[in-house]
Design a binder for this molecule. Structure first.
Ligand code: BGC
Length: 252
């Protein structure tokens, strides 16, 4: 059948981060972005009204039909935001699925950003076909985590906030800390090693996938990392959140 006659299953993915909001249309069968990946800075202050306005602008510019998956950098249960470490605290208690649904006039699913990135990596990236205990760690403004047992997600694990040397893990080892504190790759990798050691003292994953925008620079830091688990860089880099958000629209 000619490619033009094949019906593609498409959804839109929006990834809300502490510094940027990104989006694109995703081919659900391949996990590929269709067309342009759009980005706008996260508004300051990042209130529900301001952020949902940017999300609506992005969705209007993305030439993709279908439902919309939206990631949020905090705990999300049944569409309701329960924590917002790196966004405006007025998000806490907001029914984000209803807010975005009203604003977009399309079916919307909202989930934690690291969970979305993990879903994408398990489907199309470093975790594909991997059974056992798999942990995805995303390094960006904060640290996000996604835990999978035999491919099934345990949502909202929040392992970015484990205490490492008396400090909130993400304040020690997030990618943003490397830039803000001007750390060398060596110095930052040592912090990441301390974080991974603490993580492995709580949980013994078979595989840890290191993601977030910084995973593009994996050659700089992966050789410096130590863990009992197998360590792999993410393969979808910064697109994992968008792809996972779109994939999440097909679940339940
Ligand atoms: C939030 C997590 C989020 C992570 C990455 C943390 O501060 O608590 O929910 O996944 O940042 O954005």
């Amino acid at each position: 059948m000619p490619e033009s006659l094949v019906t593609r299953l498409i959804a839109v993915g929006i990834d809300i981060g502490g510094s940027g909001i990104k989006g694109g249309a995703v081919d659900l069968a391949t996990g590929q972005l269709l067309g342009e990946r759009l980005r706008q800075p996260t508004p300051v202050p990042s209130t529900p009204d301001a952020v949902s306005g940017v999300v609506a602008e992005l969705v209007a510019r993305i030439a993709g039909p279908g439902p919309v998956g939206v990631t949020f950098p905090g705990v999300v249960r049944a569409g309701v935001i329960e924590t917002a470490a790196n966004l405006d605290p007025s998000w806490i208690g907001v029914d984000a699925a209803t807010l975005f649904g009203r604003r977009l006039g399309r079916p919307v699913v909202v989930l934690n950003d690291a969970d979305a990135a993990g879903i994408a990596e398990m489907s199309f990236g470093a975790g594909r076909d991997r059974a056992g205990v798999v942990m995805m760690v995303t390094l960006g403004t904060g640290i996000g985590s996604a835990l999978f047992l035999d491919g099934r997600l345990v949502p909202n694990t929040e392992f970015g906030h484990i205490i490492v040397s008396g400090t909130d893990g993400e304040k020690l080892a997030a990618a943003s800390v490397r830039t803000a504190s001007n750390l060398t790759w060596d110095a930052w990798s040592e912090r990441l090693n301390a974080y991974l050691a603490r993580l492995e003292s709580l949980l013994s994953p078979d595989l840890i996938i290191i993601g977030g925008g910084i995973s593009r620079d994996h050659a700089e830091f992966m050789p410096r990392l130590r863990a009992r688990a197998e360590l792999l860089p993410a393969q979808l880099f910064n697109d994992a959140g968008i792809v996972g958000a779109a994939l999440a629209t097909t679940v339940g």
